[in-house]
Design a protein around this ligand. Structure first.
Ligand code: S1T
Ligand code: MG
Length: 542
C-alpha cells in the first residue's frame, strides 16, 4: 500500500507504541511538520526548547512503554537534543529523533549551508555516538526497510535512534515498511543458561533478586514478580529501578542505596551469596556507596542481552525470553504469598515547623494517602534523594545519567502520554533550566503539581564543595512567576502552609500548580545526608 514517506513513518511509529510527537520545527523540517499535521496520525505537541522536547519524549516512552518521538530541525534544533538523547542512551530509553536535513539539490549546491557545522554530515556523526541505530531516509526505495530496522532496534535494544529526513523527502511516494523477523534465538543456549542460573539460585543460602530499568523497558514487570514469588526469594530495586514491583505480592525489601539506605536492606543485598541482578545497570548511581564491595563474581548479571555468572557469559539472550524460560522451569508457587515489608517514611512535623525535604516527602505521602498515588517526575538534585522517602509510586528520573532539567518537561510528557496528573520534584537550579516549559502546560492539556525545592542554591554541589563561592543561586520568586505562565503559584515557608497549598493544588484542575518551597540553605534530605557521609567515608584513605 503506497502513501507518502511521512505517513508510512507515522504508521510505523504508532505500530510500535508511539502516541504523540513532541517537536520544534525549523526551515529544514517545515515539509516534515506540514506532512505530520496533514497526516493527522499522531498528535504534535510543541515545547519551547529542544532539551524539553527530548525529556518529554523520553518520559512518554518510560511511562507508557513503546517509542517516544521528538521531531526537530537540522543543526541548531537537533544539536540542542544531544543531552536528552545521551540521557536516553544511558538510561535505556527507546527515544526516536526525527531530524530535518538539507534536500539533495542543496547538498549538491556546494554551498556552505546555514545550521551546518564542520561538514554536512557532522550531525550524523554526532548522533552515531548517542544512538543504538540510525538511518538517512534520502531514497523512497530504501526508506521502508530502513524505517522498520531502525524503529525495531530502538525497542529491541531499548535505546535512542536517529532518522534524518532531507526536506525534499516527506511527501515522496513510499511503500509501507516491511514486518522484519526478530533475530534468531539460540534455544539450546537459552536452556543451558536458564538451567545454570536456577542451579546457582537453588544452591544458595541467601539468594536475592535486585531488579533494574530493563524490567520496565521490556515490559516484563508482571513476569518478574511471578518469578520472584515462585522462586520464593526477596526482591530489592536499584535507585533507577525504584517503583518496580510495588504492590506485586513479593517480599519487597525496598530500594538498595548502600550506605545511604536502610542498613538491613544493605546487609541483605551485600550479604547475598547469589545476587541476581536482573536488568540493573552496574553503575556508580546504583553501587557507588556500597558498604562493602559487592563481589560480582558470585552475582548473576543479566544486562543488555547478556547473562554473566562465574566465568560464563551467555550472549544474545533477550531478558524477556530468559525470564519466560525460567518461569517454565519453576511452575510451583510457595504456600503463602509474601506480604510487602512496611517501609518507614518520614513523619509530618508540626504545622509551624520550617520546611525540610523530609517534611515535603511526608506531606506528599499524606496527600497521596488521601487522594491516591500520583506518578512522580523527578529532576536531579536533592529532590531525587527526597523522592526516596516517598511511598512507592511510579517514578521517572535521570537516576544514572543524572542530568538536570528533566523533571518539568518529563511531567508534561508523562501527562500527555498517559493522561495521569503528575507530581514534580525539582530544585531551583534545575527549574531555572527547563521549568519554563510549564508555560506550555495549558496548551498541552497538562496541569502538574510542581514541588519546587527552593534553597536558592546548587546545594548538592555545596555539600561536596562547601568552600565553593559559586553555588548561591540568589532569591528567585518562582511563586510570583507562575501566573504569568498560566498556572497558580504558592510561596510556602512552613509545614502548615505546605499542607494547605497541597490541598488547594490537588483540588484545582486545568492549570499547573507551582509550590515554591522555601528551604534554608544546608537543609538536606536524610538520604542525601547519608549519601554524602558515605562518599566521604569511602573516599578516606585506608
Ligand atoms: C545539566 C546539568 N548541569 C550540571 C549538573 C551538575 C549538578 C549536579 C549533579 C551532582 O551532577 S547537582 C547540581 C545542583 C542542582 O541544584 P538544584 O536544582 O537547585 O538542586 P539542589 O539545590 O537540591 O542541589 C548541579 C549543577 C547536572 N547534573 N546537570
Ligand atoms: Mg537548589
Amino acid at each position: 500500500m503506497w502513501s507518502n514517506l511521512t505517513e508510512q513513518l507515522l504508521h510505523a511509529l504508532k505500530a510500535r507504541g508511539a502516541t504523540e510527537i513532541f517537536g520544534i520545527p525549523g526551515d529544514f523540517a517545515l515539509p516534515l511538520f506540514r506532512a505530520i499535521e496533514r497526516a493527522a496520525i499522531l498528535p504534535l505537541y510543541t515545547l519551547s526548547h529542544e532539551p524539553g522536547l527530548g525529556f518529554a519524549a523520553d518520559a512518554a516512552a518510560r511511562v507508557r512503554g513503546g517509542l517516544g518521538v521528538a521531531a526537530v530541525t537540522y543543526g541548531a534544533g537537533a544539536l540542542n537534543m544531544v543531552n536528552p538523547v545521551a540521557n536516553a542512551y544511558a538510561e535505556r530509553v527507546p527515544l526516536v529523533v526525527l531530524s530535518g536535513a538539507p534536500a539533495a539539490h542543496e547538498v549538491a549546491s556546494g554551498l556552505l549551508l546555514h545550521h551546518q557545522v564542520k561538514a554536512l554530515d557532522s550531525q550524523w556523526r554526532i548522533f552515531e555516538e548517542l544512538t543504538v541505530d540510525r538511518a538517512r531516509l534520502d531514497d523512497p526505495v530504501t526508506a521502508p526497510a530502513l524505517i522498520a530496522r531502525v524503529l525495531d532496534s530502538a525497542l529491541r535494544r531499548a535505546g535512542p535512534v536517529y532518522l534524518e529526513i532531507p526536506r525534499d523527502m516527506p511527501e515522496r511516494a513510499c511503500a509501507a515498511p516491511p514486518e522484519l523477523p526478530p533475530p534468531p534465538l539460540d534455544r539450546e543456549r537459552l536452556a543451558a543458561c536458564a538451567d545454570e542460573l536456577l542451579a546457582r539460585l537453588r544452591a544458595a543460602r541467601h539468594p536475592l533478586l535486585l531488579v533494574g530499568v530493563e524490567i520496565r523497558r521490556y515490559g516484563i514487570e508482571a513476569q518478574v514478580a511471578e518469578l520472584a514469588r515462585r522462586l520464593n526469594i526477596p526482591v530489592a530495586t536499584t535507585l533507577m529501578g525504584r517503583g518496580l514491583l510495588v504492590d506485586s505480592g513479593v517480599q519487597h525489601l525496598g530500594t538498595y542505596l548502600g550506605l545511604a539506605g536502610d542498613p538491613e536492606l544493605t546487609e541483605a543485598v551485600e550479604g547475598s551469596d547469589a545476587l541476581l541482578l536482573l536488568g540493573a545497570i552496574i553503575c556508580d548511581s546504583n553501587f557507588a556507596v556500597s558498604r562493602k564491595r559487592i563481589d560480582f563474581r558470585h552475582a548473576i548479571r543479566v544486562w543488555q542481552g547478556e547473562v554473566e555468572m562465574g566465568h560464563h557469559v551467555y550472549r544474545e539472550l533477550p531478558i524477556k525470553e530468559l525470564v519466560e524460560a525460567l518461569l517454565l522451569r519453576v511452575m510451583t508457587r510457595p504456600p503463602q504469598p509474601f506480604i510487602e515489608t512496611a517501609r518507614a517514611t518520614p513523619e509530618l512535623p508540626a504545622p509551624d515547623a520550617p520546611l525540610t525535604p523530609a517534611a515535603i516527602a511526608a506531606a506528599a505521602n499524606a496527600l497521596m494517602q488521601k487522594h491516591g498515588a500520583l506518578p512522580v517526575a523527578c529532576d536531579m538534585g536533592d529532590c531525587l534523594f527526597t523522592a526516596m522517602d516517598l511511598t512507592p509510586t511510579d517514578l521517572i528520573a535521570p537516576g544514572y545519567y543524572a542530568t538536570m532539567g528533566y523533571g518539568v518537561p518529563a511531567a508534561l510528557g508523562l501527562q500527555v502520554a498517559t493522561g495521569r496528573r503528575p507530581l514534580v520534584l525539582v530544585g531551583d537550579g534545575a527549574f531555572q533550566m527547563t521549568g519554563w516549559e510549564l508555560g506550555n502546560a495549558r496548551a498541552m492539556g497538562c496541569d502538574p503539581i510542581v514541588l519546587l525545592l527552593n534553597n536558592a542554591s546548587w546545594e548538592m554541589l555545596r555539600t561536596f564543595e562547601p568552600e565553593g563561592r559559586y553555588n548561591g543561586r540568589g532569591a528567585w520568586d518562582f511563586a510570583a512567576m507562575a501566573a504569568g505562565m498560566g498556572g497558580r503559584g504558592y510561596e510556602v515557608h512552613t509545614v502548615g502552609q505546605l499542607v494547605e497549598a497541597l490541598a488547594c493544588a490537588q483540588a484545582e484542575r486545568g492549570r499547573f500548580q507551582l509550590l515554591d518551597l522555601r528551604l534554608a540553605p544546608g537543609v538536606l534530605s536524610p538520604t542525601l545526608q547519608r549519601f554524602v557521609g558515605a562518599v566521604k567515608r569511602l573516599s578516606m584513605p585506608g
